[in-house]
Structures are given as C-alpha cells and as structure tokens.
Design a protein around this ligand. Structure first.
Ligand code: WTA
Length: 646
C-alpha cells in the first residue's frame, strides 16, 4: 500500500488539540488497563443527579451476558443538553435551522430551546405520556424534531424516530413493534422544492395500527385534516402549556431511544440505547473526534431519522453546548453550491457528511464549490460508508483547499457513536482509511472460523470489549440481540463488516460481509426488499444483492422469478418498483431488475448469493465453483440475460 499518501497532523493543530499523539496512546492504555477509573473520570463531563459508583459491568459470554455502564448513576439527558448550559450560554445559539429555500432560516438560543422543550414536555405529560412510554417521531429536519426528542428525554419517554423517507407500512410496523402510543409529526416537510406528505403517511399507517394521540406541527401552510379526538395541534397545545417542567431523574441504564435498523434477516430491529453511556459516548466523541471548541458551529448533514442525526446533530453537540445546524433541504437545491453557500451564510466551522454526497457533488466539478469562500471551515468529516480515495482527495483539495483535516469516522447504529476515526491532533491521515480505534475500543480481525488474525491482514471485524455507547438490546428481543451480534464469534461483538489492517495498524473497512447493503450510506436488508417484491401476486421468488454504484456506493440489484403464466413487461417492472416504494420507502427502490427464469440454488435449496453478486457486478469470469448447484445451467441463463436487465 506504499502508493497511498500520508497526510501528517498539522503541527499547530497537534499543539492545541484536545488530544495529541502521546495523549491518544496514554488514553488507549488507560482505557484498556483501568477502564473503571478512565470512564469514571470521563463521566465527569456530564451533569449527574447522582454520580455513579459502579462503572463497568459487562460480559459478552452467553452464561452471564450483560452490558451495563454507570448503573447506579442518575441523570437526565435533556438537562445535560439544555439546562446546565443556561447560566453561561442562555443567549447563545443552540440550533441554526436552514430551510429548503435559501430565504428560510431561524436561530434558536439555549434559552429558547429550554422554553420550547419544557412546554412540549408538559404537552406530552398532559396528553398521558408517561415515563417509559414509546413515542414515535416522524418529522422533517427542523428544530421541532429536536424539541420532540429532548421533550421525550426530559420526561423519561423513549423516542423512536422514523426517517421521513419511510412509507406508511414501515411506520405501522415500527409503531406496532414497540407498541408506541403517541406520534409526533408535521403536516409536511420540504425537500428540493417538493413537499413530503408526512401527516398523510401517518394517517395511512394508522389505518393499520392505532395510537392514542397524534401531535401535529403545521410546518407549511397547506391545510391538514385533523382526526377529531386523536390529533392535537402543536402550536395551540404548546402556547397553553407551562414553560416549567423539571427534568425527570433517570437511571443511567434507563432506555433513551429505540432506532430501527436493517439487518441481514427479518424485519428491521429496534436498536435500544440507554441514558448515561450513550450520552457520554456522543458527547466525548463529538468533542474529541471533531476537536470541537466552545462557540463553534457544527454541521452534520444527516437527518435525525438516522443514528448520525441522533448522535451528531442533536445529542453530542447539544451536550457540549455547541451550535448545531439543521438543514431541511438537499445538496443540489436550488443549485449544486447549496452546501457551500450554507457554510458561508452560517459560518460553519466543522462539516460532517456522507461520501455519497461528496461523490454526487464532485461530478459537477470544482466551480460550484469555488464560488464560495468556506473561510470559516476548520475540519471536515465523513460517515456512513467507505470513502474512495478519489472522493477523499477531492473533498480535501477542493472543499478543504488542501488544508483541512478529514476525519473518516466508522461506526454503526448499534455502536451509538464513532468507534474508529482519526483524532485531528493525533492521527496522520490516509485517504480511504478510518485509521485507528478510539480509546476503549478493542478490535480484532478474525477469519470465517473465528481464528484471530494478527498483523497485516484482512477478515471480519469484531470488538472484544464493551464501550459506554454500545446498544443494550434489540427492543423486546434479548435473544435476537445475543444471536445477531455475539453468537457468530464467541465472546465477541461481530460488526458485520469486512476489514483490512495495514502495516501501520490502520483499519480499512471494506464493506458489509452479511446480507446488508449500504445504499447512499443507508442500510438496507436484502431480505426486506425481497419480502416486499414477493408480495406482488405475479412474483414467485426474488433475490436481492448489492452492486457497485458510482454515486450511491452500492445500488440494489433484484433478480425476480415470475409465476409460470406471467410474461415480463416494462409495466410489471414499474409496478414492482412501486411495490417496494410502498412497502418500505423510496430509498429501497431497486436500481436494476433482472428477470430470472430460475435462481441458482444448492441441492438443499439455498440461493447462492455469491454467484448473483458476481453477475450483478459483471464479474462473469469470476463466478467460482458452480458445481454444487442443483442446476448449473441456471447460471448460463442469468449471464446471457444480464444485458437486458435494467
Ligand atoms: C458502514 C451509520 C466505511 C459500515 C453511522 C457499517 C462505514 C454501517 C463507515 C453502519 C466508514 C459506516 N467507512 N464504512 N467511515 N461508517 N460504515 O448503522 O458498513 O447506518 O457497518 O450507521 O455503515 O450503518 P449505520
């Protein structure tokens, strides 16, 4: 890998950063050797009602499996993100909102945030929401989404945020899974000049499942039908509510939120995060990975419907009293300069986005970037998928004028926050590598049999010990939690990712090794897309795999076998895509459908996805051993018909 260039830590940065190279090594050693002392000390960054005396209590083994951090500590997340900042920062800006139209923006101070969250908390309480109840949030990327999350945290309710791109069926499934009783939504969202019918989607979902109340924000002036006795008007309710709502004392291990994410099998699972460990991890990583300094404007472009939005648009920055920027729109509306115009307009210091956005903007060349000054920017970050070195270099050279460090941050919904990333003052950068694990993160690369691989190697990425931000369970299904993450390699958390380690001990994530595909940084289970396809009455069978896509990273390739009496047609192709959009949401729509008279199966009937992946990738010469197939001629047919797929 000697052709990979190294970008050393700028000297001035090392001198003033939160952590330099020596500090990083010392922290790794301390977190490994004396975890209780290290994390007890780190926990002082939060405001506790009762400071914890029990720090870490963890076992990844089946017999005594448990993950507990700061167990006897008591705190409230909303008090940590708002109230404790009031004495010094009441009039400083907590949230900058930039609307879909460049003419729309708003500044919310910490004082205003306190008032709005407290009133909303009282609305929830007076509508019957109690500690431990599950509240579904389906909102655009507007400050009210953060108010909703923080109000739940304030009264001890557990939020489940659903991304606005998911369909009514997906909403219904998630409401049902966690038996949520209350929904918070807006009439519409605005993206790229178009309207997203959020409330209408909720209404459709509620034809399938029922909840007690729906709180509706009128975000646009489009009229919204309200269901008598069920729907509550946000503005009327908060205007009438008291601005005084003391934060509920919560145990560190009390649930904070559920976030649904796709796995390799079955329905999306409700990843559960708890109060103390999650907040500590979000706050600690936000400060160290982004080398955040007081007063800076931090912009994470992720929607709050994803974990990145939870940890780095809401909880991490607000816990650290930062100014966080919420952008409702999209990168190419009204022009492809929008990101950089917003950076200039709001003097953004730290900018954190996904490789897919960088690749899409890179296509339009340098001019739309160079028309902005970007003078306020100090640090860049990426998340969600591997970044190809070309995109990394463009981001560095064009967006960062060849000067700004880039933190390529690897993590997962399950991990709560960043686990592998450069620290700007400590780690030399290599384009395409997330570099090294943070303090407290003990990695292992293993082969398919679980043999630990040492030195320069490639294999499956595991984590051998717990960290405070780790998910605690799959909501309502402890057995599935253990089975999914801890049973493949005994005593270890298996990430589902492949990974290479180079001669400098740098980690290079190579992508998922399970049946999860990563489309524009969004996780999609192939099984989910397959289930949506086979619901169509003309479909006998479907198999879905990922394939390399210039902008999205991976695209969705579906092989569909129709019922014997059905002929393929363009109309049917469109109907199948519509079917997936309805069942899951637009983000799951297949990019390619190939009609497959039959699928390659082993003699025991198992679909051989390895072969389907190779055909989708157009690696026809590398199909490997097909002799175990029940009918090898199936493969010839698929190869022959590949060209006709679209
Ligand atoms: C992938 C998003 C390479 C990985 C925070 C992981 C990455 C999955 C990176 C989790 C990165 C995330 N480099 N791959 N910097 N960050 N991934 O749960 O495959 O939506 O397992 O969390 O995204 O996706 P999730």
């Amino acid at each position: 890998m000697s052709e990979i260039e190294i970008y050393p830590v700028p000297k001035d940065l090392a001198a003033k950063a939160h952590m330099d190279a020596a500090g990083y090594e010392a922290a790794r050693k301390a977190a490994r050797e004396t975890p209780d002392a290290y994390w007890s000390n780190a926990a002082k960054r939060l405001d506790w009602m009762t400071f914890p005396t029990k720090i870490k209590d963890v076992s990844f083994n089946k017999a005594d499996f448990r993950i507990k951090w700061f167990e006897d500590g008591v705190l409230n997340v909303s008090a940590n993100c708002i109230d404790r900042h009031l004495p010094a920062r009441k009039d400083e800006v907590a949230i900058i909102w930039e609307g879909d139209e460049p003419t729309d923006s708003e500044h919310v101070t910490y004082g205003q945030l306190h008032d709005r969250v407290s009133r909303l908390s009282n609305v929830l309480k007076s509508s019957g929401v109690k500690k431990g109840d599950r509240v579904t949030i389906y909102m655009p990327m507007i400050p009210e989404a953060a108010y909703a999350m923080l109000a739940c945290a304030r009264i001890g309710a557990v939020h489940s945020v659903i991304f606005g791109g998911f369909s009514p069926d997906s909403i219904a499934g998630r409401i049902e899974d966690c038996q949520s009783t209350f929904v918070i939504t807006a009439n519409e969202g605005c993206r790229g000049g178009k309207r997203v019918p959020l409330k209408a989607n909720v209404d459709k979902a509620l034809e399938k499942v029922s909840v007690e109340k729906v709180l509706v924000l009128r975000h646009t002036d489009t009229a919204t039908p309200m269901a008598e006795g069920r729907d509550i008007d946000w503005q009327t309710a908060v205007d009438a509510a008291s601005p005084d709502c003391p934060p509920e004392p919560m145990g560190a291990e009390d649930p904070l939120f559920i976030l649904y994410t796709s796995g390799s099998t079955g329905k999306p699972k409700g990843v559960l995060h708890t109060t103390g460990g999650y907040l500590l991890w979000a706050s600690w990583t936000h400060e160290h990975v982004f080398d955040y300094r007081a007063g800076e404007v931090f912009w994470c472009t992720a929607d709050v419907g994803w974990v990145t939005g939870h940890s780095y648009a809401v909880y991490g920055p607000l816990a650290n009293a930062a100014t966080t920027l919420f952008f409702e729109g999209i990168p190419n509306y009204p022009t492809v300069s929008r990101f950089w115009d917003v950076v200039d307009k709001h003097k953004v210091n730290i900018f954190y986005t996904a490789p897919t956005a960088i690749r899409a903007l890179m296509k339009d060349g340098d001019d739309p970037v160079k028309s902005s000054s970007r003078a306020s920017l100090r640090l860049l970050g990426t998340v969600g998928e591997p970044i190809n070195p070309e995109a990394w270099r463009w981001y560095h050279e064009v967006v960062g004028n060849g000067k700004l460090p880039i933190v390529d941050t690897w993590w997962q919904t399950e991990t709560g926050g960043i686990l592998i990333s450069p620290l700007p003052g400590a780690t030399d950068l290599k384009p395409g590598s997330a570099t090294k694990p943070l303090p407290g993160i003990e990695l292992e690369i293993v082969d398919a049999d679980g043999q630990v691989l040492e030195g320069v190697t490639e294999g499956n990425l595991c984590i051998t010990d717990s960290w405070p931000g780790q998910m605690r369970t799959v909501y309502g299904d402890d057995a599935r939690f253990f089975e999914t993450y801890f049973s493949t390699y005994k005593g270890k958390y298996f990430t589902g990712d492949g990974c290479r380690r180079d001669e400098d001990g740098y980690y290079w994530i190579t992508g998922r090794v399970d049946d999860v595909i990563n489309v524009s940084g969004h996780r999609m289970g192939t099984a989910e897309v397959e289930s949506a396809l086979v619901l169509h009455h003309d479909v006998a069978e479907a198999a879905v795999v990922g394939f390399p896509h210039d902008i999205k990273g991976q695209g969705i390739y579906a092989y569909v076998t129709l019922n014997a009496d059905v002929m393929p047609s363009e109309e049917l192709r469109r109907a199948l895509i519509a079917q997936v959009r309805n069942e899951i949401g637009p983000i799951a729509a297949p990019d390619v459908i190939q009609w497959a008279p039959a699928l390659p199966k082993t003699r025991s009937g198992k679909i051989m996805r390895r072969i389907l992946r190779k055909i989708a990738e157009n690696e026809i010469g590398a199909l490997g051993d097909t002799s175990t197939l029940a009918d090898p001629s199936v493969v010839d047919d698929l190869v022959k018909n590949r060209a006709a797929a679209k």
